[in-house]
Design a protein. Structure first.
Length: 311
């Protein structure tokens, strides 16, 4: 009957007779059908409360909802949904040491397949009255977290544990480019020795230039906003258990990543690696000068003159 009425009284003709725009009719019709959409959005936000509207749209579309940005943003506004912002990050990098500083290889290198480039970083997490430190390693191609470790100290054993986990889980071919900041942990003899043992190529960001670590920084921001700041933890083991669930079960397998076309890292890897055969990069361990600034080359030359030991 409704279809017959639309044929007899077209929407545009009725709206012109009532002196109102046709959008009024469609807006009201759409609003009447928003109840099911609100339920679907609530279901998404219940499991992922820190999703912004873009990820909500992509998640709904993956579930078969034919929705666009305008409608979802309108419904989210009606629902009063807002996203919490993160907190200020404390500096955890100490680059005042005599060890060798490696050039930034990512200036001329774009990850092309899994285990081509690994990106590492360290951050702090507050647990009660003290700090706990987290070291992570991401695959630069898929943004997947391939290694992580928690500890009460910033000593080299922290990133070493994350690196051991990444190597054991990924079994990479020789030639992986390992990129980090200039923190003393990544330049230490023990860390560089493990890289050499597995034929990895070290790379470091320039001072005060964290842009090549952007994927790691983005992950740490997401981790703190969606997990750390949203929960409280009884002790280190409780924190470790929640960290494992967030990284291994949620971030790597479920959370939609905007840089990956709104796909989870594991799904992106599986989709993009079909037919790709990763090749080992040309592997060289030497005292690099290419990629250094003139100031850095002068510094290294002076160090050589003083015969400073290189780790």
């Amino acid at each position: 009957m409704i279809d017959q009425m639309k044929q007899d009284y077209p929407v545009r003709a009725v709206c012109e007779a009532l002196d109102c725009p046709p959008s009024t009719y469609y807006y009201r019709s759409q609003a009447a059908s928003d109840d099911d959409l609100i339920t679907a959005i609530e279901d998404v936000l219940m499991r992922r409360p820190f999703y912004g509207y873009r990820r909500v749209i992509k998640q709904l579309q993956r579930q078969g909802w034919p929705v666009g940005e305008t409608r979802v943003r309108r419904v989210l506004k009606v629902m009063g949904h807002t996203v919490k912002v993160g907190r200020v990050r404390v500096r955890t990098t100490d680059s005042s040491y005599p060890h060798w500083r490696y050039p930034n290889l990512l200036k001329r290198l774009k990850p092309k397949y899994p285990n081509h480039v690994w990106v590492a970083d360290i951050t702090y997490l507050r647990l009660g009255w003290r700090f706990i430190y987290l070291a992570v390693i991401l695959d630069g191609f898929s943004r997947k977290v391939v290694g992580w470790a928690l500890d009460k100290t910033l000593a080299t054993r922290l990133p070493l544990s994350a690196l051991h986990q990444a190597i054991a889980g990924r079994q990479p071919l020789p030639g992986v480019v390992h990129h980090s900041d200039r923190g003393i942990q990544y330049a230490s003899g023990a860390y560089v020795q493990l890289l050499r043992q597995h034929q990895m190529i070290p790379s470091m960001s320039r001072p005060a230039n964290p842009y090549d670590n952007a994927s790691c920084e983005s992950f740490l921001k997401t981790l703190k906003r969606e997990e750390i700041y949203a929960n409280t933890y009884r002790d280190l083991e409780h924190l470790r258990m929640n960290m494992a669930a967030f990284i291994d079960q949620y971030y790597n397998r479920i959370r939609l990543h905007s840089a990956l076309g709104y796909r989870p890292p594991e799904e992106f890897e599986q989709a993009m690696t079909s037919g790709i055969t990763p090749g080992a990069a040309a592997l060289q361990f030497f005292r690099p000068t290419e990629g250094f600034s003139s100031e850095e080359r002068s510094e290294e030359a002076e160090r050589e003159t003083r015969k400073t030991p290189v780790c």
